[in-house]
Design a protein around this ligand. Structure first.
Ligand code: AMP
Ligand code: ZN
Length: 114
């Protein structure tokens, strides 16, 4: 059994509200939503952060981003817009060390983030 929370969600050992799945990615509602729509999109393969990704992971990285736009469209965010966020490392505010993209939408996002 994996120590990684998101790998356990991929393995269906921990339940999540899954909103999208394909061969390489999984998307599910964030347990502590920061916006009316807050979905996490992850590669099924464990990669601790985007910083750990290399040229070998190029197509997977593109796949995660394209899955994010599909989910955003599915959630009706495409016209009004949304924000994609990938917190990376300690200063980036990353708390779960399995690479993920946050999709935040359904309200106006301020800038700069805190
Ligand atoms: P980050 O801080 O960028 O690493 O984001 C981790 C995100 O995972 C946070 O927004 C958490 O609310 C979310 N999270 C933690 N545990 C779960 C879970 N079991 N199911 C869904 N989302 C989770
Ligand atoms: Zn993992």
């Amino acid at each position: 059994m994996s120590d990684c929370l998101f790998c356990r969600i991929v393995g269906k050992e921990i339940q999540a509200k899954i909103v999208y799945e394909d061969d390489h990615t999984l998307a599910f509602d964030d347990i502590n939503p920061q916006a009316p729509v807050h979905v996490l999109v992850i590669p099924k393969r464990h990669l601790s952060s985007v910083q750990e990704m290399s040229a070998h992971d190029q197509s997977l990285l593109a796949h995660v981003f394209l899955a994010s736009t599909k989910v955003a469209t599915q959630k009706g965010l495409d016209a009004a817009g949304y924000r994609l966020v990938t917190n990376t490392g300690r200063d980036g505010g990353q708390t779960v060390f399995h690479m993920h993209v946050h999709i935040l939408g359904g309200r106006h996002m301020s800038w700069p983030p805190g």
